[in-house]
Design a protein around this ligand. Structure first.
Ligand SMILES: Nc1ncnc2c1ncn2[C@@H]1O[C@H](COP(=O)(O)OP(=O)(O)OP(=O)(O)O)[C@@H](O)[C@H]1O
Ligand code: SF4
Ligand SMILES: [Mg+2]
Length: 392
């Protein structure tokens, strides 16, 4: 099937899954591509190759939904996130936000969109300026965009600190006076400052201690529910995404290989890579007996010269000759629910059994799963915001 048909299948199937009322995506990308040039040669440098970090991604994000984006290291998740927020310029494809084409919009044209699409980064240490106070960091986006909320920016920052579970009195403190979880909360408050419609969260908890991860995930989930903000939640780990996202896209070497609503993806994974990722979730509880474990050997191949045909074929136990010559399109295959799209010539049998035995959560996340809607507990690390020693 041609690339165009693939795109059409992806674009058609997803709105059907979400119902007519939500048929208008907030953000829609088609054929999104980012190739980073590799320069070489002497004395004149010229392009000698390209890192095909993202290569023809079709995705839609609907208002208020949480879409998970999952895959191994180096498969292009962060690059996709940066393209969605237009921090990077795409090499190909289109990005439209609320129907407006912003693929190559310039700084001025992007200004109103920039305030509605925010990003939260993985490393809460690197993403906050150590020389700025929390107040300056969080009010920064308001200043840049010339926004003066009623009551002033300081009042708004204090409200935001409260919203993310930090002490508003700590307005004048510096990032180093906070724990990792609290710094990530500061990053969340900064992202909320402009009342965004969409937040792209790039592995927002993976740099945090496991005991703090669940609290931050819970905070994000509350914000998503209470404020109706759409999220693209990027993660390595299917366990975290399962907790947070109603819909999940699985990425491999620059391409989406499977996308589906949460139940369909976790209970009936059809792509061998999704199946392998599900069974590779860390063994937090060694007492759990597993019926089946698939271990993925080897690393993701280099995106400089990805395998022909299906990019997963060098690690796939089901690969046949056609997998090397024909790229499988991302389509709704027989037996899949509407909106469940898979890119594979020889998909896995749909399993009607729950794959619970394959999915073992981190203990902290497991406890959240058992207590749906559990309140966000304050951080318990030494020096937490509400009880941290004074800066003076
Ligand atoms: N600015 C850049 N220049 C050249 N190559 C890049 C650049 N940024 C990313 N890459 C390459 O693009 C590929 C995808 O990187 P990306 O950071 O998007 O992956 P990722 O899925 O987010 O990985 P991780 O899980 O480790 O964060 C990698 O091979 C990476 O080395
Ligand atoms: S298309 Fe072939 S190589 Fe790719 S995942 Fe399916 S069976 Fe494996
Ligand atoms: Mg990344």
């Amino acid at each position: 099937m041609s690339e165009n048909n693939t795109t059409k299948a992806a674009a058609d199937a997803v709105p059907a899954q979400r119902g007519a009322a939500a048929a208008q995506p907030l953000l829609e990308v088609k054929g999104l591509t980012k190739h980073f040039p590799i320069m070489g040669g002497f004395p004149i440098k010229r392009k000698v190759g390209a890192v095909q970090a993202v290569d023809g991604v079709d995705l839609s994000v609907y208002p208020g939904e949480s879409l998970g984006l999952v895959g191994e290291s180096g498969c292009g998740k962060s690059t996709t996130g940066r393209l969605l927020t237009r921090l990077l310029e795409p090499t190909g494809g289109t990005i439209s936000y609320r129907g407006q084409d912003i693929t190559h919009a310039n700084r001025k044209q992007l200004a109103p969109v920039r305030s509605e699409i925010q990003m939260i980064f993985q490393d809460p240490y690197a993403s906050l300026n150590p020389r700025q106070t929390v107040g300056t960091i969080i009010s920064g986006p308001m200043e840049i965009n010339g926004i003066n909320p009623p009551g002033g920016r300081e009042k708004r920052v204090r409200e935001l600190l409260e919203t993310v579970g930090l002490n508003p009195e700590h307005y004048n403190r510096f990032p180093h006076e906070f724990s990792g979880g609290q710094r990530q909360r500061i990053g969340v408050a900064r992202a909320l400052a402009l009342e965004p419609k969409l937040i792209v969260a790039d592995e927002p908890v993976s740099a945090l201690d496991v005991s703090i991860q669940a609290q931050v995930v819970n905070l994000l989930q509350e914000l998503q529910r209470d404020m109706g903000i759409a999220f693209v939640f990027i993660a390595h780990d299917l366990a975290i995404v399962r907790h947070f996202s109603e819909r999940v896209a699985v990425m491999y070497l620059g391409k989406i290989v499977e996308v589906a609503d949460r139940d369909s993806l976790y209970n009936r994974p059809r792509h061998p890579y999704t199946h392998a990722l599900l069974s590779a979730v860390p063994e937090a509880d060694l007492d759990i007996e597993r019926k089946e474990r698939i271990r993925l050997f080897g690393d993701v191949p280099s995106p400089i010269s990805p395998p022909s045909g299906c990019r997963f074929r060098t690690r796939c136990w089901k690969a046949q000759d056609v997998c090397a010559t024909e790229e499988p399109p991302l389509v709704q295959i027989a037996g899949n629910r509407e909106g469940h799209l898979t890119a594979c010539h020889f998909p896995e049998e749909p399993s009607t059994e729950k794959r619970g035995e394959d999915i073992v959560l981190d203990p902290a996340l497991a406890s959240l799963e058992q207590v749906p809607g559990a309140a966000t507990a304050p951080d318990t690390t030494p020096g937490t915001a509400k009880d941290a020693p004074d800066a003076s």
